[in-house]
Design a protein around this ligand. Structure first.
Ligand SMILES: [Zn+2]
Length: 439
């Protein structure tokens, strides 16, 4: 008998991930302090920590270390920086889970395929896999997919491969999800828009804007944009498969927010009580567009209105209504819910949930051992009547899966474990202490 999962692990009804672009991060210490505030319950300069699960992007390189001083390696070299060791700890824990491209090359350019090769080798040497890619920057950031040369294997008239091409290395490494510029003002994707909401002036204006820009772009770049799709605001999907220009597939995802309002203080608007109410009521999923280090008051770690919004989000998470997790986990979970192939087999005490794998269009989930995490299945009627029957086991392609039981309204559910990312608190604290010590 086919088993279909609940949209989210218990007890949540909606899901949010902060998708932070690292632009303008003033120092490694700032970065660690902010992640510590978001992910632990420690006493921090912003008050008690929120105890959420919030990740971030990062950069391997920066072409302008004075203005963008936060990178894994020094400048565009492969020399370590003070950020290297703590970043490795955060790769391992899953908190630094996304590439905001390989580095900041916004000012002088200069990204080459070898930068990608060195970065991937470094990640793999430390057992890290980045599954999410987020385009960054301007015309100098040639490594971007679609808008740069990152996914362009050859130029027709030159019959030559651009030096910046890296999509083969990057996707072979494990990148599965890519943000290529799509933003929506709708809180909560993967749900139908309400009538009033869909007809609201904000949405209608945005839809016209998209259509207008799409038309203009299509006229201007007829060849380049063949096969490129524009975000369908009314379809309101969180992610969908696309082909990059070298023919490889990724899941393109949309972020929730406003292009021109992506600083830390924008959280007061994107995560306002009214917006979170909509998201919660409608059961949506959102990756929130934000640059946590872009703030009107440079002295505070985060602007007070952002902290207030984040505390509200944390309260909803605590109440069990909104799941807060990293971008990679959010996207993977959504994909897994849609494409899992699971069946109940056997009966009585020998009933088992057998997870055969996933049928996602790009076959990405079967390559990722963490894909089954958080899937919850209602037990068959025999086990609803037989409340004393033991909880069935769950078998995955790689062996038995850790499961728990959940009961709601007298119904029994089996849930595959959703283990929290464990923040490397002791390590981060030690690093921060050593930096605070005057030398
Ligand atoms: Zn950026």
């Amino acid at each position: 008998m086919i088993a279909r999962p609940r949209p989210l692990p218990f007890p949540y009804r909606a899901a949010v991930a902060l998708a932070n672009d690292v632009d303008d991060t003033p120092s490694p210490a700032w970065f660690l302090e902010v992640l510590r505030f978001l992910n632990t319950r420690a006493v921090t300069p912003l008050g008690p920590g929120l105890g959420l699960e919030v990740g971030s992007t990062f950069w391997f390189y920066t072409d302008e270390p004075t203005r963008e001083p936060f990178s894994y390696w020094a400048g565009t070299s492969t020399r370590e920086t003070p950020a290297s060791a703590p970043l490795r700890a955060l790769w391992r824990s899953g908190h630094v889970d996304s590439l905001h491209t390989y580095g900041n090359f916004t000012r002088f350019g200069g990204f080459r395929r070898r930068h990608a090769r060195d970065a991937v080798a470094e990640a793999e040497c430390h057992g890290a896999v980045f599954r999410t890619w987020i385009n960054h920057g301007t015309g100098h950031d040639f490594q971007n997919f679609r808008t740069g040369f990152g996914d362009l294997p050859w130029l027709e008239d030159l019959d030559d491969r651009p030096e910046e091409y890296h999509a083969d290395l990057t996707l072979d490494h494990g990148v599965t999800f890519a943000w290529l510029g799509d933003v929506t003002p709708v809180p909560g994707q993967e749900r139908r828009l309400g009538l009033v909401e869909a007809a609201g002036p904000r949405i209608v204006r945005e839809a016209f804007g998209w259509a207008g820009r799409a038309l203009a772009r299509r006229l201007a770049y007829r060849d380049l944009l063949r096969g490129a799709h524009n975000y369908d605001l009314y379809g309101n999907r969180l992610l969908w498969p696309v082909r990059l220009r070298d023919g490889r597939g990724v899941y393109r995802f949309v972020r929730y927010g406003e292009f021109n309002d992506g600083g830390a203080d924008s959280l007061a608007r994107t995560l306002s009580p009214a917006k979170l109410d909509v998201l919660e009521r409608a059961g949506g999923w959102s990756a929130v567009y934000v640059h946590l280090a872009q703030s009107p008051n440079a002295d505070a770690l985060l602007p007070p209105e952002a902290v207030t919004a984040l505390r509200d989000l944390a309260a909803r998470h605590e109440r069990g209504s909104v799941l807060v997790t990293t971008v990679t986990r959010l996207l993977r979970l959504r994909l897994a819910v849609l494409h899992v192939d699971a069946r109940w087999e056997g009966e009585g005490e020998s009933l088992a949930l057998v997870l055969y794998g996933f049928h996602d269009p790009l076959g990405a989930l079967d390559r990722d051992p963490r894909s089954p995490e958080g899937l919850a299945f209602e037990l068959p009627e025999s086990h609803q009547r037989g409340q004393d029957l033991p909880l069935p086991v769950a078998r995955g392609p790689h062996g038995d899966l850790a499961v728990g039981e959940h009961r709601e309204d007298g119904r029994r559910w089996l849930q595959i474990a959703w283990p929290r990312c464990v923040f490397p608190e002791a390590e981060v604290d030690a690093v921060l202490r050593s930096w605070r010590r005057p030398v």
